[in-house]
Design a protein around this ligand. Structure first.
Ligand SMILES: *Cc1c(COP(=O)(O)O)cnc(C)c1O
Length: 381
């Protein structure tokens, strides 16, 4: 039995030596810690991480090592995992609908911050959680702008209802706060502008000074090669608009990135199973695996094609129809994907920026999707 190497220099090294027949997600802890520091240094408030984007324990451990001290949790399983791996970290239970049994788990773990978007859920919390020292963060929504899909379709009170809920929470003795989520992969910073100004209006209408304003997740990842997201300019806009909108009443700010924190720290490798009659490409991963988001929010075009020996394919790209491995016809990447003209059976494609919503949406439909995780020093050769 030989030694097992557990940290690889880069994905090509692993692919060349292992010749994997299953999809592989490569994780670079150094990239995750660098992104965490970018948020911690740049965001003008408390940085928390939305666990659902990628709950891998290595992700949580590396975020803690980088200095992240708060987590957005949405279920008892997430609460129990964070309590175990990051004891003492703040947990914000920002799924605004919870069963009584779920609330009991949160109380037992000392969760002191809950979002609400309805009177019924506020009343439920008032009956079940300690009032003193507990924050109620009223979640409000606006018609969506700029994001890849509309989170307001499920959660969020209208600004009118939010003002009532904020006043009600303050009257009941909770710490009153506000929260919103501009929608995931939000590439238009003006969404934050609109939400923050609306938040100030809600406080005015309620006659309540919000203790904190949580500006959500939604920070975009680098999906299109030509458009690197400018996190620092979004942070600067949030900072400026919060002061303009609230003046002396400015609440403390919180953010809860999922995608923007974790996407860049992972790259996904899939193998070319076949190229049918020189045209359609079949991969061993698809929309039921790590590529689930592509039909929903668009393909990632940061793709490298590697020969089995790990060297990049060098021909000019051509548009290809790309299918996943299952027998389902929706298992296809959207549109055509630009891949080098010399792509061949047995090659690998390496998709960058794949850390968010990939492991969690991976199914084993049709017996495919045996996604393996490998740790690498770097994700680029
Ligand atoms: C999913 C979610 C997030 C993270 O969203 P991203 O778009 O991945 O940043 C943050 N907050 C809440 C309440 C969420 O449900």
């Amino acid at each position: 039995m030989g030694l097992t190497k557990t940290i690889w220099a880069n994905p090509p090294e692993y692919l060349r030596m292992q010749q994997p027949e299953h999809p592989v997600l490569f994780f670079a802890p150094s990239v995750l810690q660098a992104t965490a520091r970018r948020f911690l240094d740049g965001f003008p408030g408390l940085v928390t991480y939305a666990v659902k984007a990628n709950p891998d324990e290595m992700v949580i451990e590396n975020l803690v090592a980088a200095g992240i001290r708060g987590f957005d949790v949405a279920s008892p399983a997430e609460i129990e995992m964070i309590a175990r791996i990051a004891p003492g970290a703040a947990m914000h239970y920002n799924n605004p609908v919870r069963s009584r049994a779920e609330i009991a788990v949160a109380v037992a773990h000392g969760v002191r911050s809950y979002s609400v978007d309805s009177r019924s859920e506020l009343a439920k919390l008032a009956a079940l959680v300690p009032i003193e020292g507990t924050e109620i963060s009223v979640r409000f929504k606006l018609p969506v702008t700029g994001a890849a899909y509309d989170f307001g379709a499920k959660f969020g009170a209208t600004p009118d209802l939010a003002a009532d809920l904020l006043a009600e929470a303050a009257r009941a003795g909770f710490i009153p706060s506000l929260t919103f989520h501009p929608g995931t992969q939000c590439t238009d910073p003006m969404a934050w502008d609109a939400y923050i100004r609306t938040a100030a209006g809600i406080c005015e209408r309620a006659g309540v000074r919000a203790e904190r304003l949580n500006v959500g997740g939604g920070f975009p990842a680098h999906r299109a090669a030509a458009h690197a997201p400018q996190l620092e300019s979004i942070f600067a806009l949030i900072d400026r608009v919060a002061t303009e909108a609230f003046g002396a009443q400015r609440p403390a700010l919180v953010c809860e990135p999922g995608r923007g924190m974790v996407a860049e720290a992972f790259s996904l490798a899939a193998r070319v199973k076949a190229i049918r009659d020189d045209s359609h490409v079949f991969l061993n991963d698809g929309v039921y695996g790590g590529l689930a988001e592509m039909p929903l929010i668009g393909a990632v075009d940061r793709i490298e094609a590697l020969a089995p020996d790990g060297h990049p394919r060098a021909c000019a790209p051509v548009g290809r129809v790309v299918f996943g491995p299952t027998c389902d016809s929706v298992d296809r990447l959207p549109g055509e994907i630009a891949l080098p003209a010399d792509l061949a059976e047995g090659d690998f494609i390496l998709v960058h920026g794949m850390g968010a919503y990939t492991t969690v949406t991976n199914t084993r439909f049709n017996g495919f999707g045996d996604l393996q995780l490998a740790t690498a020093m770097r994700l680029r050769a």
